[in-house]
Design a protein around this ligand. Structure first.
Ligand code: BES
Ligand code: MN
Ligand code: ZN
Length: 489
């Protein structure tokens, strides 16, 4: 699929499908659109009337254009109200146009959208992201691809000169798509070994520094919490530290830490039937977003130093497995009574956060498919955000807003830590069921001493069972675009 930004006026464009973006409640055809309608013998007005098209966000309509015309199909997509313009409305409208065009067996698509906030670059970026992400289909594990045909050429009308914005959007999308593919790959394809190799491949391709700590290295650093989780697996744990360093002096230094459980069986407090054990390949969604962001950032080359970290392993059962009740010592010396081996993510993150905290960065963000409780609280589209720092929380929320990813700030209710008190160790790894996503965040907080920190629980949003906007059923790559926006800000 090739994107280009062209000067061509609406009336002069030729190709398979022409998509027009319209604001809600202002679908009267004036100016160029009136001329186009005239040229198409009233087809546009007829389409609006027959489908009662009002321009609502997420609405679309398509019709065939009568014989002899330079275009075959005309597509209308709604952008919502003009006075509440959001980049995500442009992404979703562009995605809807691309889906419709593909259904109609079109190979070329022209889009004529009004500007988003008078900003041609933002407009082009949103359109390209919407289409590139909507058209991504993962057929790696099918013996035969069922993804036939599709768009070959996409032209952004009236956005000539925005090649830079297109290029930026495609770099960001390459990171989102990597994250999706890492999450979608089954746990027999993405193992601790192969996930570490994926990180190595990014380092080699884009010239990032990489350090992979083996089990013995982790032992030397006293990472007893991470290694406790890893001890039942037949596969070796891998602690990955990728670093992007800009050419000059960095404007700021940041660390991104992702939960990297390539499979979560629950350990000996095994996941019961109905708890989704068969979906637990997604439990490295935090690491996937981290490495996806690394891929995008390595190409975008901002003047910011970024560390990408994941303590990668599987949570398995065997004669060597961590027992419920075992006490582990993390690399900051704190002791943890493991009352539930299924609360393993926070154990791996504990040592990863201690490691990140020692890097002297200005902020740490962790992303983790950490708790089912967060999914119960916020549903499958919204991720939870916890931070003791208002400025950092706001910075992430604003990065997420322009990315079109949803996060909701949740409380770090200190009093709830009571529930994690242990008779024998410094803390237990789980508290009572109520407030389970909050106690998980409070647990993580014990392992960050020096650095402003924010925790993102992405358990619900890394996967979707619906085709929705530019996300199709399956892995979403959630988090990557928020991270990229945050680093670039
Ligand atoms: N990986 C799971 C959380 C999860 C659940 C992710 C559903 C995606 C969808 C995590 O390791 C886990 O098992 N959490 C437990 C914690 C509990 C034992 C305190 C949970 O949420 O049930
Ligand atoms: Mn678990
Ligand atoms: Zn888990």
């Amino acid at each position: 699929m090739k994107f280009s930004a062209i000067e061509t006026a609406l009336l002069d464009w030729s190709g398979d499908a022409l998509a027009v973006g319209l604001f809600e409640d202002s679908v009267e055809l004036t100016g160029e659109l009136a001329q186009l309608d005239e040229k198409l013998a009233g087809t546009l007005q007829e389409l609006i009337d027959e489908t009662e098209f009002t321009g609502k966000a997420n609405s679309s309509a398509v019709t065939r254009v009568g014989g002899g015309s330079a275009i075959r199909k005309i597509i209308l997509v709604g952008l919502g109200k003009a006075d509440s313009a959001k980049s995500d409305h442009w992404r979703r409208a562009a995605a809807a146009a691309a889906r419709k065009a593909k259904q109609q067996k079109c190979q070329t698509l022209g889009l004529s959208f009004p500007l988003l906030n008078d900003d041609p670059a933002a407009t082009a970026e949103a359109i390209v992201e919407g289409i590139e992400l909507a058209m991504h289909k993962d057929t790696r594990f099918k013996s035969e691809s069922d993804d036939k045909g599709g768009l070959e050429r996409v032209e952004l009308l009236g956005l000539a000169g925005q090649e830079g914005a297109i290029d930026r959007a495609l770099k960001i999308c390459s990171g989102v798509i990597l994250a999706r593919e890492l999450v979608a790959a089954p746990a027999n394809a993405i193992t601790p070994i192969t996930l570490a190799q994926e990180a190595e491949a990014i380092a080699n391709e884009y010239g990032l520094d990489i350090e992979i700590l083996e089990k013995e290295d982790c032992e030397k650093l006293g990472m007893g919490a991470f290694l406790g989780v890893a001890q039942a697996s037949d596969l070796p744990p891998k602690f990955v530290h990728l670093t992007y360093k800009p050419a000059g002096t960095p404007r700021k230094k940041l660390a991104i830490v992702g939960k990297g459980l390539t499979f979560d069986s629950g350990g000996l407090n095994l996941k019961p039937y109905g708890s989704g054990i068969e979906t637990m390949k997604i439990d490295m969604g935090g690491a996937a977003a981290t490495f996806g962001a690394a891929k995008a950032i390595a190409q975008l080359q901002p003047d910011v130093e970024v560390h990408f970290i994941s303590a990668i392993t599987e949570n398995m059962i065997s004669g060597r497995a961590m027992r419920p009740g075992d006490i582990l010592t993390a690399s900051n010396g704190k002791t943890i009574e493991v009352n539930n081996t299924d609360a393993e993510g926070r154990l791996t993150l504990a040592d990863a956060l201690v490691f990140a905290d020692k890097l002297g960065v200005d902020a740490i963000v962790d992303l983790a498919t950490l708790t089912g409780a967060c999914v119960i609280a916020l549903g499958e589209e919204i991720s939870g955000l916890w931070s003791p720092e208002d400025d950092l929380a706001d910075a992430i929320l604003s990065a997420a807003e322009s990315a079109g990813e949803k996060f909701w700030r949740m409380p770090l209710e200190e009093g709830y830590f009571e529930g994690m008190k242990s008779l024998v160790a410094d803390m237990k790894n789980t508290g009572p069921r109520p407030g389970g996503a909050i106690t998980a965040a409070l647990f993580l907080k014990e392992f960050v001493k020096e650095t402003p920190w924010v925790h993102l629980d992405i358990a619900g949003s890394v996967w979707t069972d619906k085709d929705n906007g530019y996300n199709s059923k399956g892995a979403t790559g959630h988090g990557v675009r928020t991270l990229v926006n945050w680093v670039l800000a």
